[in-house]
Design a protein around this ligand. Structure first.
Ligand SMILES: Cc1cc2nc3c(=O)[nH]c(=O)nc-3n(C[C@H](O)[C@H](O)[C@H](O)COP(=O)(O)OP(=O)(O)OC[C@H]3O[C@@H](n4cnc5c(N)ncnc54)[C@H](O)[C@@H]3O)c2cc1C
Length: 461
């Protein structure tokens, strides 16, 4: 079985792979996309979108319960988990169907099966009829990740769960212990606690969200405690035992916690086994595939994009890399330096960051100035009933070039992009301070932080 050569055969139809295919098609090329499960990858099916749909539901529910102070009295406000899950499933179905249609309309061939490199111009797809060989001028590897686990704590999908299982639940667990207070653990803790589960969150490092600015982590820890989440930091899990319909977890701080379920949220691992990397000579370190700024691997004509490259486990990084690889394949050279990558934890409040944090800058020997503004003093944040959070803007001392920001607060995921664009344009804090920001808006805290950085704060001390 063989097909005429296409411009690119792409292994994996997540954000990296499908964007690569759409871009190649938009530039007049022919792409073949090979996917073993469902188009859209982790992001559309079991990641970004379903989790945000459920977080939207949980926030609305929590807001309605708290709306009495605004004069809204909802009698007997109730909650049906099965219906919330159906709402989430409908969104996923709508988006994946839409993507399939778009791929079809753009003329992208989608092949279902598991792909692997045979040589630098051939992908093999195993099927019941034998091996389908796809000949291509170029190949893009976009196999993404699967949930990582902990030794001795194997998810069974019933009582011990990974993040995929949480999204497949049909009943809200009365109680849950979550291992790992990174983005996935914190987002899940937020959602389940808002819906009414009793949540215990255990983190081996000394704080919640260890990779974000410590002030942001503290703000999120406060909000989790308000939702009655019990936090155990600097704590390991010494053992997990199923006892009937309960799970008993032994913590290294000596406590024993009994819950209906345990979620293992300790990150992701890449899927490179069986891809044929060593056979073809694609360099990797056992986890990530090595790429250059144009997403090219060590083998000419073979590119890699998305989580497998280790340049940031975010859908938007994968999107960008899909575009970069596609452009290079279609003869329009493009590179990405990853200097400006906004990241968001969709807790309530949200934590959004771009560029460096204060600590990172200092340990890299960079002298920075910080301007801060608290949401409490923002008219918009007060009016929206969301007064918790802050904006911290960082500039290189002397030049005032913006080098980073951390925003914690309502809609921080949207607001961070003002700073991202300023950084991409290599602009300074002056440009932010001198731009008239609409009032009342959640962008104003960015301008207020810029004023504060120059020592002329407006609505704060
Ligand atoms: C719970 C959760 C929430 C998340 N929330 C966010 C968020 O809010 N924002 C954000 O930016 N990121 C989020 N992420 C991360 C985001 O989903 C990933 O960064 C993104 O999906 C990576 O895209 P990718 O193209 O590299 O791979 P993936 O999305 O992992 O897709 C890879 C695809 O390749 C397929 N595949 C693998 N090997 C083969 C093979 N040999 N043959 C054929 N097919 C193969 C897989 O079946 C899969 O469909 C979240 C992740 C999780 C788990």
């Amino acid at each position: 079985m063989s097909q005429p050569p296409c411009d690119a055969a792409i292994i994996g139809a997540g954000p990296g792979g499908y964007v690569g295919a759409l871009r190649i098609a938009a530039m007049g090329g022919r792409a073949t996309l090979i996917e073993q499960r469902a188009v859209g990858g982790v992001c559309l099916n079991t990641g970004c979108i379903p989790t945000k749909a459920l977080l939207h539901v949980s926030k609305l529910y929590a807001d309605l319960k708290d709306a009495g102070a605004m004069g809204i009295h909802v009698d007997g406000v109730g909650f049906d988990f099965a219906q919330a899950v159906a709402y989430k499933d409908k969104i996923v179905e709508r988006l994946t169907k839409g993507l399939s249609t778009l791929l079809k309309q753009r003329g992208v061939d989608v092949i279902t099966g598991r792909g692997r490199l045979i040589d630098a111009n051939t992908v093999g797809v195993d099927s019941a009829d034998g091996v389908l060989r796809i000949n291509a001028r170029n190949i893009i590897l976009a196999p993404g990740t699967v949930a990582a686990s902990l030794p001795g704590i194997d998810p069974d999908g019933r009582q011990i769960l990974d993040t995929d299982h949480v999204l497949a639940m049909r009943e809200l667990p009365e109680s849950i212990l979550i291992i790992g207070a990174g983005p996935n653990g914190v987002e899940t803790a937020t959602m389940l606690a808002e819906l009414g589960s009793r949540v215990t969150l255990v983190e081996v490092l000394d704080r919640v969200l260890p990779t974000v600015d410590p002030e942001a982590g503290k703000e999120v820890a406060r909000s989790l405690k308000k939702r009655r989440v019990t936090l155990h930091c600097k704590t390991k899990i010494d053992g997990v035992e199923r006892r009937g319909d309960r799970v008993v977890s032994q913590l290294s701080d000596g406590q024993t916690v009994e819950t209906a379920a345990v979620l293992v949220a300790v990150g992701r691992r890449t899927q490179i086994d069986g891809l044929g990397l060593d056979e073809v000579g694609v360099r990797h370190d056992g986890r990530f595939v090595e790429i250059d700024e144009g997403c090219a691997t060590s083998v000419p004509g073979v590119y890699a994009v998305g989580d497998v490259t280790g340049r940031g486990p975010y859908a938007h990084v994968a999107y960008r890399q899909g575009t970069v690889a596609a452009s290079n394949i279609m003869g329009r050279p493009m590179v990405e330096d990853y200097r400006v990558v906004p990241t968001v934890v969709f807790s309530h409040p949200e934590v959004a960051q771009v560029g460096t944090t204060e600590d990172q800058a200092r340990s890299a020997g960079m002298e920075v100035q910080a301007g801060r503004f608290r949401y409490q003093a923002s008219g918009a944040a007060q009016a929206f009933g969301e007064p918790n959070g802050f904006c911290k803007l960082l500039a290189e001392a002397g030049t005032h070039r913006v080098v980073g920001a951390t925003i914690v607060g309502f809609r921080a995921a949207e607001v961070i992009h003002e700073v991202a664009v300023v950084m991409k344009a290599d602009a300074t804090v002056h440009q932010i301070a001198e731009t008239i920001h609409a009032h009342p808006s959640l962008a104003e805290p960015v301008a207020e932080a810029a004023d504060a950085l120059f020592g002329v704060p407006l609505h704060s001390l």
